[in-house]
Unconditional design. Structure first.
Lengths: 328, 613
């Protein structure tokens, strides 16, 4: 049997105490008070109705909904001995037999000369983010060109594309704006601090830390409620409007982003996403989950692909780390 | 359709998005190296990765699925159908994964499905899940029969199952297993109908009095009804057929007596001693009786006195004979045993067994008829022993004589059929009919004598016999011990055995040694119906209604009937119809009619008035 490390147990207890201490304010915060604050200072909390079948049927005539997601697989060890495979998928609810796949493979070894063997990991992370964002935007672009959908739902906040893949994102954005295709992003893990920031600024509720929106909104909104943010945020500066939505019975909230120029469609899109989310699920629209599961490639499939098409010696020499060979 | 996953030489998985698989469906796998391989679906599954079986509540609810459908995406279209396919013949190498799979055309599977023409074989039903292939079927196999599907009569849509009776020469004997209500007796009826169509001489032992073929089924369209009236004969033991006492061997006689009531060793001995060759019933019976009477006298002296006291010659002669018997047999035949034999012999005689013979059965067989022998299980056990022994040896003598190039009377090959076969050849104990059935099961093939044994308890059937049944029809079976026996005795697979308790009535697995595999079939609609099909509860209802109508007819013209006038009415009825009622029963009847709503009762201060409603 495993022998329990006493020290480890102590450490975990300690962490628990620290966290309890830090979040006491959040945990004990009055829900009503917080909701009032959000209503007054952030944006209106609105109870949404699900769309009727008739409303939904309209989208079939208007071109359907395009779901876009990307995936990344990584095989190998430390820099530069690894290979990354990116795949983007755009799938229309109407043309389900014609998914648009985009793929890209990246390995640092492919470059002519690596400038620095101790490559900065932050730069590496940026490159990886860019690759993934690029491939998703490319898939979305081809998707809207071939299917002319009514709306595009991207997996993740759309500000991510603005940061990681500026050029292509601009192309997508302007094409959508020109052709009147609504572009929204759905974020499962929200990382913003909009409410926390405002709380600290307004000092209405005394609070010690700048808490994340995810922490503050946990359990604060009721099923089907959304906060349409009215105040200036960082996102808004980039031309993006946001909304928080509790889309399922699970207490976490998701965020829905839309281009500022298409703000008029925000509530409609939030309602659509709410309608497409299973009541007992994690809060993610089923369509996005379906696209997500389609785009993901199992690691062992990647491995067998590489084993089939890469020279065996190269593969062993470059991409198989010692860790991969470990058997116990 | 494509082969997916890990394959072997015997089994592969086939997947498709387009159509669902059915169990027992045939598929052709186009292996690029080994050519076309034929397989049968043994397990069918459907799977949708977006609708997982999840215990943690993350299940797409129907509202969301409906919404998705509204915007154009139908999640059910992502369902994958997977079938486990077992190859009919083992391949040389594992099947190539990714091979294309298709539905075969009829000509590709003809040899597997039908192996003789409908005129030459027994057309027993349809092979299940073959409708795709049946479309390209030759005309001669189409429109042969009807089946019942969910209580409705349907034209044949699938490939017919035709049992090639000629294979019985190499693979003799048929077993029919299945619990009550599984369609076993019905299947037996269809087999017998087909035997009659081919004019095959057949003897049926029918303890249930149900194998009567005189009622044509009214559900079939008029022009397709078949009349079997001239092809079969129902004979009852004791009434139409019996045992010719003179033909009995000592052993036969002992078996008969044993069936009448178990014989003790002493009684066996009595028969051995007292029975003389060529005895008639009367001579044997008299001998027993006189010995008993002599023994009742008690001693030689007393019998001698009887002789002296005799008034007539006849009487004297009689006592003389008794004395002789007494002197010869008293020591070896105890009185009680002699009485026991007399009692048993009497019982058999009262059942009429000795007053008839089996000539009618023999004639019927010579004419290619189906002879149904009816009687209680007990009497049939004995009679069948005698009958089958007799017929089998006649056939055997003919064949043996033919072999020795000697002249002998012709006796045709024949089939012996019995329901509740475990009563005639039980596993655990000895029973007279078992020996002959066992002999036929082992040697009958050589002489052209075949068995068709039906039973609901294959576990109770003698194992030597079970092992000789080369074709088995297995209907729904629920008892686990019987399923275990069936698994042991046939080549049905684990998957098929698991389905046994859930088979629909009339669906059957047919395991043929001649074929080396199991066919899943459905028995056709019979041309005739069993005399026992009327529901007893309907019968009761009908009977009551008949009585009520009769009573109403009697009193209709006498209504209204006043309570003080019963006597006159009763008298009138007696005069008209000859039926007498007492005052009480008449009133009771009227009350009954009121209760059932045929009459109404009006109360007046003096008496009740019964009137029509």
């Amino acid at each position: 049997m495993f022998s329990l490390n006493e020290e480890l147990r102590g450490e975990i207890k300690h962490i628990n105490d620290t966290l309890l201490n830090k979040y006491r304010e959040v945990l004990s915060m009055d829900k009503k008070l917080l909701r009032k604050f959000i209503n007054n200072y952030i944006g209106k909390i609105k109870k949404l109705e699900k769309m009727t079948t008739r409303e939904l049927k309209k989208y079939v005539e208007l071109g359907g909904i395009l779901g876009v997601d990307g995936s990344k697989n990584r095989l190998g060890g430390a820099y530069p001995h690894f290979i990354e495979i990116y795949q983007g998928l755009a799938r229309s609810t109407l043309h389900k037999d014609k998914p648009v796949f985009k793929t890209k493979i990246y390995t640092p070894l492919q470059l002519e000369e690596s400038s620095n063997m101790l490559e900065d990991s932050r730069e590496e992370k940026m490159r990886s983010d860019k690759n993934l964002a690029d491939i998703e935007v490319e898939a979305a672009l081809e998707g809207i060109r071939s299917f002319n959908p009514y709306a595009v739902i991207m997996d993740g906040s759309i500000i991510r594309y603005d940061i990681a893949s500026k050029e292509k994102w601009m192309e997508l954005k302007s094409e959508c704006e020109e052709r009147g295709i609504i572009l929204v992003g759905v974020t499962k893990d929200i990382k913003t601090c909009i409410i926390g920031q405002k709380l600290k600024e307004e000092k209405i509720i005394s609070i010690g830390h700048k808490f994340h929106d995810r922490e503050l909104l946990y359990g604060t909104l009721d099923y089907g409620e959304a906060v349409f943010i009215d105040i200036e945020t960082k996102k808004e500066l980039a031309g993006i409007e946001s909304t928080f939505l509790r889309s399922s019975l699970s207490p976490t909230v998701i965020a829905v982003d839309i281009l500022e120029s298409q703000k008029a469609h925000l509530e409609e899109m939030v309602r659509l996403i709410f309608t497409l989310t299973p009541k007992n699920g994690r809060g993610v629209p089923l369509w996005i989950d379906i696209v997500d599961s389609e785009v993901k490639i199992p690691d062992n499939m990647i491995r067998s692909l590489l084993e089939s098409y890469l020279d065996r010696r190269l593969l062993e020499m470059l991409f198989i780390s010692e860790r991969d060979k470990r058997t116990i | 359709m494509k082969v997916v996953g890990i394959t072997s030489q015997q089994e592969v998985y086939v997947a498709t998005k387009d159509r669902n698989f059915r169990i027992n469906e045939f598929l052709i796998i186009e292996d690029s190296y080994q050519g076309d391989l034929i397989g049968e679906v043994v397990e069918a599954n459907a799977y949708n990765k977006y609708i997982p079986m999840n215990l943690h509540g993350e299940l797409a609810d129907s509202a969301v699925l409906e919404s998705l459908r509204a915007i154009g995406y139908d999640i059910e279209e992502d369902t994958i159908y997977i079938a486990k396919v077992r190859l009919l013949n083992e391949a040389l190498y594992p099947v190539e994964a990714g091979s294309d799979v298709r539905i075969p055309a009829f000509h590709e599977v003809r040899d597997l499905m039908v192996r003789c023409s409908p005129e030459e074989g027994l057309v027993l039903g349809v092979i299940r899940n073959t409708d795709h292939m049946a479309e390209t079927m030759d005309e001669e196999y189409k429109n042969l029969l009807y089946t019942f599907e969910d209580g409705r009569l349907e034209r044949q849509k699938e490939i017919p199952y035709i049992f090639n009776i000629k294979t019985m020469h190499q693979y003799p004997h048929i077993g029919i297993f299945g619990g009550s209500g599984s369609g076993k007796s019905f299947g037996l009826r269809v087999i017998l109908e087909e035997l009659m169509n081919l004019n095959i001489p057949t003897v049926v032992l029918d303890p249930h009095y149900e194998m009567d073929f005189s009622q044509t089924a009214d559900y079939l369209p008029g022009e397709e009804r078949l009349d079997y009236a001239g092809k079969f004969k129902c004979l009852q033991v004791g009434t139409h057929v019996g045992v010719k006492f003179e033909d009995l061997s000592v052993q036969d006689l002992k078996n008969l007596l044993d069936a009448s009531g178990a014989l003790t060793d002493a009684m066996n001995n009595v028969v051995d001693i007292l029975y003389k060759k060529r005895d008639s019933y009367t001579s044997f019976f008299n001998r027993l009786k006189m010995l008993a009477e002599a023994q009742e006298e008690g001693s030689v002296d007393k019998i001698r006195r009887r002789i002296e006291e005799s008034k007539t010659d006849l009487e004297r002669q009689g006592w003389q004979e008794r004395l002789e018997l007494y002197l010869n047999y008293d020591k070896s035949c105890p009185y009680s045993s002699v009485r026991g034999i007399i009692w048993r012999l009497n019982r058999l005689s009262n059942e009429g067994i000795f007053s008839k013979d089996i000539r009618e059965i023999e004639n019927g067989l010579h004419n290619g008829k189906l002879i149904v022998v009816q009687g209680s299980t007990r009497i049939l056990q004995v009679f069948s022993t005698y009958l089958i022994n007799n017929l089998y040896h006649k056939r055997r003598e003919y064949k043996d004589a033919q072999y020795r190039n000697e002249a002998s009377d012709y006796f045709p090959p024949f089939v012996v059929v019995t329901d509740e076969a475990h009563n005639f050849a039980p596993k655990a104990f000895e029973c007279p009919s078992k020996a002959i059935l066992k002999e036929i099961s082992q040697e009958g093939r050589k002489y052209g004598v075949f068995l068709i044994l039906a039973t609901q308890r294959p576990t109770l059937l003698d194992e030597t016999i079970t092992a000789q049944l080369n074709t088995k029809f297995i209907f729904r079976t629920v008892r686990s011990s019987d399923i275990a026996t069936i698994k042991e005795e046939t080549d049905i697979t684990m998957e098929e055995a698991r389905r046994l308790p859930y088979l629909r009535t009339g669906d059957v697995f047919i395991s043929e040694s001649a074929l080396g595999r199991t066919i899943f079939a459905r028995i056709r609609a019979a041309h005739t119906s069993s005399p026992h099909t009327e529901n007893p509860f309907d019968e009761l209802k009908g009977k009551f209604e008949e009585n009520e109508n009769k009573f109403m007819d009697l009193i209709r013209d006498k209504l209204p009937i006043n309570g003080d006038d019963f006597l006159n009415v009763i008298r009138e009825i007696e005069k008209e119809a000859g039926i007498t009622y007492t005052l009480d029963t008449f009133e009771e009847k009227l009350e009954d009619m009121v209760e059932k709503g045929f009459l109404i009762k009006k109360k007046t201060p003096f008496f009740n008035v019964y009137d029509e409603k």
